[in-house]
Design a protein around this ligand. Structure first.
Ligand code: CP
Length: 308
């Protein structure tokens, strides 16, 4: 793995395999390593599952954790992201987990920081990347028997604004999946040159036909702007995973959603806790996958990275 985890392409194939295997081992009860150092969670956008799971992952490894929120850090007084991270480095922070609303914020930060800066981990950047979500999605699917060359994966909803879709598709293709389909309203589909190797479908029914994995995505209202998007029930009728559509899924098809879920919009409320749903399993794996990331990035590193 490179020094930082910015997107799936920060990882070589061996690093990806090590993380997926380790997350599944931890989920099955393996004992976490012990690490030393301090992790800062710098979340400049809201989060529940990513922030909490990074914190729990760090604590179980013996790492200290500090949490900085958008409205209580000095970023609100105009301090740049780079200066904030440099400040944390001077306070002997070993790793900074960053969530940011701008697509390239974490990548640019990694480029601009000096070599001895803390490790950066992207916890979701704009529409561009959410690598640990993709990794945990892949680990969950492998744990349920999905074999990548046989995967038929449909992603539904707001593809245009979804960092999860971008990282998922990139990772699933790296792992050997060749049958990826997307469906959503035309105004919420990505540009033609985005998501290469993915089949664009005109309807949900076309996308989910013989799929063995369906991933529902939330409408990213915070990124759509003032125009917003029509009514949730209208979206559900045309583009949601409704009960009727789910009834036509093949037996054994897994349903995923990265969360947070808007019940009755992108997915029927009853499907969230259905036997086919892996939504809470995704949350559970989030802690294990992020533990594996810390182990890989922090546990075997040079002592001087801790700055003490
Ligand atoms: N999936 C995800 O990133 O959820 P949070 O926004 O709650 O972290």
């Amino acid at each position: 793995m490179s020094l930082h985890l910015i997107d799936i392409d920060s990882l070589d194939d061996e690093g990806i395999r090590a993380l997926l295997d380790r997350a599944q081992a931890l989920a099955a009860g393996a004992v976490p390593h012990r690490c030393t150092g301090t992790v800062a969670n710098l979340f400049l956008e809201p989060s529940t599952r990513t922030r909490v799971s990074f914190e729990l992952a760090a604590r179980r490894l013996g790492l200290e954790v500090i949490n900085l929120d958008a409205d209580r850090s000095s970023t609100v007084k105009g301090e740049s992201l780079r200066d904030t991270v440099q400040t944390l480095a001077a306070l002997a922070v070993s790793a900074v987990v960053v969530r940011h609303h701008e697509d390239r914020a974490v990548a640019h930060l990694a480029r601009d920081l000096p070599e001895q800066a803390p490790v950066l981990i992207n916890a979701g950047a704009g529409r561009a990347a959410h690598p640990t979500q993709a990794l945990l999605d892949a680990a969950v699917l492998e744990s349920r028997g999905i074999v990548w060359p046989d995967a038929r994966i449909a992603l539904l909803g707001d593809l245009r604004h979804s960092r999860v879709a971008r990282s998922d598709c990139r990772l699933f293709r790296r792992l050997g999946a060749t049958d990826l389909r997307i469906a959503g309203p035309p105004e919420l589909m990505p540009g033609e040159d985005e998501l290469p190797g993915v089949r664009r479908c005109d309807s949900v029914d076309e996308a989910i036909s013989d799929a063995n994995v369906v991933i529902c995505l939330r409408i990213q209202r915070e990124r759509i702007g003032a125009a917003g998007y029509p009514d949730g029930s209208e979206f559900h009728a045309h583009w949601g995973l409704s009960l009727d559509r789910a009834a036509r899924l093949a037996a054994g098809t897994w349903i995923l959603h990265p969360g947070p879920v808007n019940r009755g919009v992108e997915i029927a409320p009853e499907l969230v806790e259905s036997p086919q749903s892996l939504i809470l399993e995704q949350v559970r794996f989030g802690r294990h996958l992020r533990t594996a990331v810390f182990e890989q990035l922090l546990c075997d590193q040079e002592p001087e990275r801790h700055h003490d």
